[in-house]
Design a protein around this ligand. Sequence first.
Ligand code: RTP
Ligand code: MG
Length: 155
Amino acid sequence: ANKLGSKKERTLAMIKPDGVTKIGDIFELINTANLIVTKAKMIKLTCQAADFYMEHQSKPFFNNLVQFMSSGPVVAMELMGDEAISIWRRLLGPTDSAVARREAQESVRAQFGTDGIKNVAHGSDSVAAAARELEFFFPSTMGHGPSNTAIFTDC
Ligand code: RTP
Ligand code: MG
């Protein structure tokens, strides 16, 4: 923690397929929140969508979620800043865009989301999730071969 008691963190933000055309507005909100984009990658997920959302595999919405997440390119980003994980989650707003419009009018999902599944963007929900999700999109190579290997592996 620094002298103001805040923590410098990294988090994984992912613009979902429905959010890609709004990326300019989303960058503006990220900048206004004092977060910095330190890595970015546009990619079309195929089988990796199921891997990424593995924690939800038993949920009733899992198949729709995987289908949606592989319906077009996504933009994965590393965001850095004080309390980046919770700041970005707060900026996203509630999961359901309709709830976001009621409860958090300024949020990303309130402004640009459609419903409970088409909700513009993702954010890591813990330090452990951020580490795992950043490694998923931006694998560290430790000097062993090219980066990107994991994400471009065949399904
Ligand atoms: P995310 O992981 O994408 O940042 O969103 P979240 O934490 O706010 O929500 P989570 O519970 O982790 O759900 C992951 C994504 O699954 C879709 N979903 N659909 N139809 C539904 O009831 C439903 N519930 C969740 C959303 O795309 C949600 O962001
Ligand atoms: Mg989540």
